[in-house]
Design a protein around this ligand. Structure first.
Ligand code: CA
Ligand code: CA
Length: 348
């Protein structure tokens, strides 16, 4: 009975928070920001970016020759580094990166929006890992070379199709003044407010502003984007560089860790969604699936709990929110069962 009373008390407090928690904080526009301040002895692969407002649970998938300090020592054939990202129609996404000391020949470094994250990225080299083919096809990407020695080795912007990142008609030389090697800042603006289109920019670090290096609003050939990343085209003796910044910004919604509804706060509103969908299969984060495994369960609750402030936890429960089998989780389970019963009654 004591346990039931505690659960009832929890319920009352949770309900109170439906009102009390209804205050959104200011939204950040940054989805990802990485400054490569890790150790040169650590690989980038598996590291969380410095800022992850794309759900808060993401990590780099990168070739192990890329280190956490941003040093790229690519192996022959091409290597890459990727973060998960699926654009939502109606937004403008800005991907930018700073690269230092690009040296070598006509081989290149690149950034872009790609189809996905290829298997074995950490250990394998090849075209799939440099925006050219397979699961890593670049849908909107740009390359910067160590130097140019002919009309066919200029810096380029690219918009791939389903199978190739170098769709011939969309393989365009940069416009404007030529620049090769050294330090460079690259920027790609993906506009999904109507048909998906893209505009490319570059500048030297000391330049006060970016130079547009393509026509405006070039249409994408394919829009199935599920990653952002950077890549190098060949072996270290042919191209070498260090990346010092990689940032993805959005005009739209961001999702901090534990935030179900995308209002920028982790509070009882998010808990309520998890509770209402507990033990159900869902297809979107906005229904409570914080870890994107297709189901709402205690795993999602724990993520919410881990991200909620002490103030929110105290407000929600007035007790230490514990691990399974004690009040907090029992309360969640109870709430879930109540929700399930309510649904079954409604559907009867
Ligand atoms: Ca929220
Ligand atoms: Ca889940």
């Amino acid at each position: 009975m004591a346990s039931r009373r505690r659960i009832a008390a929890c319920l009352a407090l949770f309900s109170a928070c439906i009102v009390a928690g209804n205050s959104a904080s200011t939204r950040a526009a940054v989805l990802y920001d990485e400054n490569f301040t890790g150790l040169p002895s650590s690989t980038l692969n598996g590291q969380a970016p410095d800022v992850d407002n794309n759900g808060g649970l993401n990590a780099w998938t990168a070739h192990t020759n890329y280190t956490a300090d941003g040093n790229m020592t690519p192996v022959t054939g091409g290597t890459g580094a990727f973060l998960p990202f699926i654009p939502t129609a109606g937004n403008i996404y800005t991907l930018s990166a700073s690269l230092k000391s690009v040296t070598g020949n006509t081989n290149w470094v690149a950034i872009g929006f790609a189809e996905g994250i290829p298997a074995n990225t950490a250990t394998t080299a090849g075209n799939d890992y440099r925006f050219l083919s397979g699961a890593g096809v670049g849908k909107a990407w740009m390359l910067f070379r160590g130097l140019s020695n002919s009309a066919t080795t200029k810096n380029q912007t690219q918009r791939g199709d389903a199978s190739t990142g170098t769709f011939p008609a969309n393989q365009l030389d940069w416009t404007g003044p030529e620049m090769y090697g050294g330090d460079i800042d690259l920027k790609i603006v993906l506009d999904t407010t109507a048909a998906y289109n893209v505009t490319f920019f570059a500048k030297r670090p000391d330049d006060p502003s970016y130079t547009q290096v393509s026509s405006s609003n070039l249409p994408l050939t394919a829009t199935d984007i599920a990653s952002v990343g950077f890549a190098t085209s060949a072996a270290a003796n042919l191209i070498d560089a260090k990346i010092t910044k990689f940032t993805l910004e959005t005009s739209g919604q961001v999702f901090i860790l534990g935030d179900v509804d995308g209002n920028g706060a982790v509070n009882a509103l998010d808990f309520n969604i998890i509770r209402d969908n507990l033990f159900t299969s869902v297809t979107t984060r906005s229904l409570g699936d914080l870890n994107s495994d297709g189901v709402v369960n205690f795993g999602d609750f724990r993520i919410w709990k881990g991200a909620a402030s002490a103030e929110v936890l105290a407000e929600v429960g007035a007790f230490p929110v514990p691990e399974p089998a004690t009040c907090g989780l029992a309360a969640v389970a109870g709430l879930g069962l109540i929700a399930l019963r309510r649904r079954s009654v409604q559907s009867a």
